[in-house]
Design a binder for this molecule. Structure first.
Ligand code: IPM
Ligand code: MG
Length: 371
């Protein structure tokens, strides 16, 4: 397979985790005889520094002309401390979502037996959690009419949704659930918001086409509690842009490390894949960041090309390393490795996966030869 990948490393630890992800892509290309062409472009604070724009035209064009986008992270403390800054790194990401029509953000949360102790929740609550948040990404309060009246001392943001916007992500939610635990929970605030009532009506109608999938509804305030008390009860959580932003951050701590969680933002023509962690500026250049979230995002990217076997191998190798107690410092592993060493190890094990056949003792050999 031949594919063009737009590579947007961005800020902070973005470039170093992307470097590891590309080692993994190269190993997959080599092993399975694919060709991935990488087209680099700037985004975020680095793009503001170099071009005065968080999403320069060149970057947008590169993304439009790609089969998929691999994204690192954006953000810089300079802007975090100044919410009034006119030009901000986040604008780059929001514009990219809108321009490319990246309408659905998928954030799977899975747990790993060896890492349950890292979760702030009790181990028995977290064990076997496997949920998927599907957040609408190009509508709602993020993109509605907004304004400020300095004289009156007022400001407003409008939340708007159309049936068409709700329908396309709802279909994706039901299709995702069909391959999982067959349950969709629509999270909303239908006791208060008109848009939430439109979501309920629309989702109910679509649900009729998926009789094998269970559908339930939950108010967002209740969902925030249930996610912490009974995370195992969820399968697919379908929700609007703002609720999804908040709940997906809440859900991300359940697994114990942000450094393990991938995401995909699905568009009609091209899709974007990125780790859910931010730019972590304090760690930039230190070679201590966990590249696994980005590498698992590569697995989602491969899946979007229907390279299912390749995606499975990437996930298996990551899982095996974690089972062996190998990881970057924040996982408090038995054996601590740097960001680039973890990248090298995963890439190597993918290249050699046939030889190893993923067998336990062979994996051990593989690890020992590269340590
Ligand atoms: C996310 C982030 C973004 C959002 C920011 C950076 C604009 O928090 O991807 O969840 O709010 O969507
Ligand atoms: Mg967020």
């Amino acid at each position: 397979m031949r594919k063009k990948i737009a590579v947007l490393p961005g800020d902070g630890i973005g470039p170093e985790v992307i470097e590891q992800a590309l080692k993994v892509m190269d190993a997959v290309a080599d092993r399975y005889d694919h060709f991935f062409e990488y087209c680099y472009a700037d985004v975020g604070a680095v793009a503001i520094e170099k071009h005065g724009d968080p999403l320069p035209d060149f970057t947008l064009e590169t993304c439009v002309n790609s089969d998929a986008i691999l994204f690192g992270a954006i953000g810089h403390p300079k802007y975090d401390n100044d919410p009034n800054a006119k030009v901000r790194p986040e604008q780059g990401l929001l514009k990219l979502r809108k321009e490319l029509g990246l309408y659905a953000n998928l954030r799977p949360v899975t747990t790993y037996p060896k890492l349950l102790h890292l979760s702030p929740l009790k181990e028995e609550k977290v064990k076997d959690v496997d949920l998927l948040i599907l957040r609408e990404l190009t509508g709602g309060i993020y993109f509605g009419t907004k304004g400020k009246d300095e004289k009156a001392g007022t400001a407003f943001d409008t939340c708007e949704y159309s049936v068409a916007e709700i329908e396309r992500i709802t279909k994706l939610a039901f299709e995702s659930a069909a391959n999982r635990k067959k349950k969709v929970t629509l999270v909303d605030k239908a006791n208060v918001l008109e848009t939430s009532r439109l979501w309920r009506d629309t989702v109910r109608k679509i649900a009729k086409n998926y009789p094998e999938i269970e559908l339930d509804f939950m108010y967002v305030d209740n969902a925030a509690m249930q996610l912490i008390q009974y995370p195992k009860n969820f399968d697919v959580i379908l929700t609007s842009n703002m609720f999804g932003d908040i709940l997906s951050d809440e859900a991300s701590v359940i697994a114990g490390s942000m450094g393990l969680l991938p995401s995909a933002s699905i568009g009609a023509k091209t899709s974007l894949f990125e780790p859910i962690h931010g730019s972590f500026p304090q760690a930039a250049g230190e070679d201590i960041a966990n590249p696994m979230a980005t590498i698992l995002s590569v697995a989602m990217l491969l899946e979007s090309f229907e390279l299912l076997q390749e995606a499975r191998v990437v996930r298996t190798v990551v899982k095996k390393l974690l089972e062996k107690g190998i990881g970057t410092p924040e996982l408090k592993p038995k054996i601590t490795y740097s960001c680039s060493q973890v990248g090298d190890m995963i890439a190597y094990m993918i290249s050699e996966s046939e030889k190893f056949s993923m067998k336990e003792e062979k994996m051990n050999d593989g690890i020992s030869t590269i340590i």
